[in-house]
Design a binder for this molecule. Structure first.
Ligand code: FAD
Length: 516
């Protein structure tokens, strides 16, 4: 993805800015997970110049309009959605104040977005003919990640990126520590000005060669493994293709369900401190049902945390080598996207690398912590106490200080755009990053709402019934019914006549096979 994007972004103008080579080991398999995306993927596809329908055919793609969270609050079958589209009340957006004063008889997100119900109806976000259904909804994709990488490789190499199937086994450095060349098993010596470490958790350049440390964040996000399996539709077809990702909380973590055109991907993300690999696998099979008994499964281990300097000397880490936050909001590929886009913006073409690296690192660090807070919040608002994992996750030391300050502040007033402008909230600890190497590196991370604004925060907070007791105290328990905006009612009435079922759209528009 980085090679294809950089080539498209840097080399398509009048001047060819960079000669790009991609070295991939034939012996080290790719991690292969990363099947759910968020709408930012559309920027990558557009810049590379990829047609949406062709992309969906190539990667077994389906639409994703939301993440549905099941059993996160009490573990009794309850659910809420975090959809990608939402309406704003104009001229004054008082949606959350009104909802908080109401009896909550309609889930908050359903009062501001038609997408949760459109998802539950299993409808596609695109029509089969010309679009004539008001503002188009925002969506992302589910896809086969390996096919996506192969597809991008074909595009990039056709345009001039050199692709080596070779294993890097030696790295040369200059006296100042810069990397000068990588040597491969077949005897090649590849020189470059800038190296991008895309070697996944192996991190052979940024960590093993340059020694850049890793900041562990498992105190706040305890999951460190996933057991994954695929339920091919030939084996078991549930009868529909959901237009959203489902994240269902289990005893020691949660399971993703990601529907593709020919298979459903399942992955139980869990903490090995609370459940063994064998028990997690059994729990996943029991969750899926009898037909999962014979399916192959795989354990993926991961570390939650960030590279202390994503860009150090003349090496930049993109992807898992630069850090990882567990996949609850599908942010893995997004962080790679962001790093790639930021590298393009800060490409050291006519200047020193270091100031570019400094800005790059600052932006990446802020965004990392922004995502960390947001995912941390999904867990710590739970009321589940049915397992050791869920009891532990609510302990005060499992909630980071920035998030604590946010939650306290949002008890006084609902989240709004201004909360992210100055970025410091009352009571927020001034907690610098521990391991800076340049002046300014030590500055406290700030949430610039670069990915999730107050509206996304509201989706999770009110999905998790935030402020229930406080509202009962303030407004009494006998409150007026929750009301729906007329625009949403009208849209939902028309939706089934305009939008086809997701599987029907996939069959007709991109040739998905029909399963019984
Ligand atoms: C459990 C889990 C679930 C995830 N789910 C999602 C999700 O739903 N959505 C999302 O956006 N992201 C998700 N991610 C993140 C996503 O999988 C990764 O961001 C993405 O796959 C990028 O991986 P990568 O390229 O950094 O590493 P890898 O896929 O591991 O690729 C590493 C590459 O480096 C090469 N290599 C390694 N060593 C050498 C060497 N010595 N010489 C030459 N080449 C070498 C390998 O051959 C390979 O090609 C998930 C991650 C995990 C762990």
């Amino acid at each position: 993805m980085a090679a294809a994007y950089l080539d498209a972004a840097l080399n398509r103008g009048e001047e060819r800015v960079a000669d790009i080579s991609l070295v991939e080991s034939p012996d080290v398999p790719r991690v292969g997970v990363g099947e759910a995306t968020i709408p930012n993927i559309n920027h990558i596809l557009t810049v590379i110049g990829i047609d949406e329908l062709e992309f969906m055919r190539e990667v077994d793609g389906t639409f994703k309009q939301s993440i549905k969270y099941v059993n996160w609050l009490e573990g009794k079958g309850e659910h809420y959605h975090h959809p990608f589209s939402r309406y704003r009340m104009t001229p004054l957006d008082r949606a959350s104040q009104m909802w908080l004063r109401s009896d909550r008889s309609i889930p908050f997100m359903e009062t501001v977005s038609a997408q949760p119900v459109i998802c539950e109806l299993g409808l596609s976000p695109r029509m089969l003919g010309q679009w004539d259904f008001g503002p188009p909804p925002t969506y992302a994709f589910h896809m086969n990640a390996l096919k996506f990488a192969d597809y991008l490789t074909r595009i990039a190499t056709a345009r001039g990126v050199t692709h080596y199937r070779d294993h890097v086994n030696e790295i040369e450095q200059a006296e100042n520590g810069d990397i000068t060349a990588v040597k491969t098993r077949s005897g090649k010596r590849l020189e470059a000005d800038l190296f991008i470490d895309c070697t996944g958790f192996a991190s052979i350049l940024i960590e093993k060669t340059l020694g850049v440390g890793f900041e562990d964040c498992s105190q706040w996000l305890m999951c460190n493994r996933a057991v994954t399996m695929h339920v091919d539709y030939e084996h078991h077809y549930p009868g529909y293709v959901r237009p959203y990702t489902t994240a269902t909380a289990l005893s020691s973590g949660w399971v993703w369900e990601i529907p593709l055109q020919n298979t459903r991907s399942l992955g139980y993300v869990y903490s090995s401190d609370f459940i063994s690999d064998e028990a997690a696998e059994q729990e996943l099979r029991a969750f899926e049902g009898n037909h999962a008994e014979s399916l192959d499964s795989r354990i993926v281990r991961f570390k939650v945390g960030r590279r202390q300097h994503a860009w150090y000397k003349n090496c930049e880490s993109i992807g898992l080598s630069g850090g990882f936050i567990e996949p609850l909001e599908s942010t893995g590929l997004y962080l790679s996207d962001l790093a790639t886009v930021m590298l393009t913006e800060h490409f050291p073409q006519h200047c020193d690398m270091q100031p570019m690296a400094f800005r790059f690192n600052r932006i990446m660090a802020n965004r990392f912590y922004e995502i960390l807070d947001f995912i941390n919040m999904h867990y710590c608002l739970t009321r589940r106490n049915d397992s050791e994992f869920w009891r532990e996750i609510q302990q005060p030391e499992r909630i980071n200080d920035r998030l604590k300050a946010k939650l306290e502040y949002w008890k006084m007033k609902p989240p709004s755009a201004a909360d992210f402008q100055d970025q410091f909230l009352p009571g927020q600890a001034d907690s610098p990053i521990a391991t800076g190497m340049m002046a300014g590196d030590y500055r406290t991370p700030v949430d610039t709402a670069g990915l999730w604004n107050h509206e996304s925060y509201e989706a999770i907070l009110y999905g998790m019934d935030f402020m229930r007791e406080e509202c009962d105290e303030r407004f009494g328990t006998n409150r007026g019914k929750t009301r729906l905006m007329r625009t949403i009612v009208e849209r939902l009435q028309a939706a089934p006549h305009k939008l086809p079922p997701h599987d029907v759209w996939l069959q007709r528009a991109v040739g998905m096979k029909k399963y019984q």
